[in-house]
Design a binder for this molecule. Structure first.
Ligand code: SF4
Length: 64
């Protein structure tokens, strides 16, 4: 599974990439590699629990 806000893009509008890169449709930015494990739900990570962007978009406070 992966975050519903995750997309993959092979261009940033100026450069074409050899491999599509992870893109967050909430922030409209490419995802930093250190964050991508959350977006792709690797290692038991969960966007709803672990991503500040997802939680802000969903209106969740950290104590929920
Ligand atoms: S940064 Fe957060 S909201 Fe955006 S795709 Fe990744 S997990 Fe989802």
């Amino acid at each position: 599974m992966a975050c519903p806000h995750l997309d993959y893009r092979d261009s940033d509008g100026e450069r074409q990439f050899d491999t599509a890169r992870a893109f967050c449709t909430v922030t409209e930015e490419f995802v930093q590699p250190v964050h991508a494990d959350i977006c792709t739900e690797r290692y038991g990570l969960d966007p709803e629990a672990d991503c500040e962007v997802y939680r802000a978009e969903a209106g969740l406070d950290w104590d929920e």
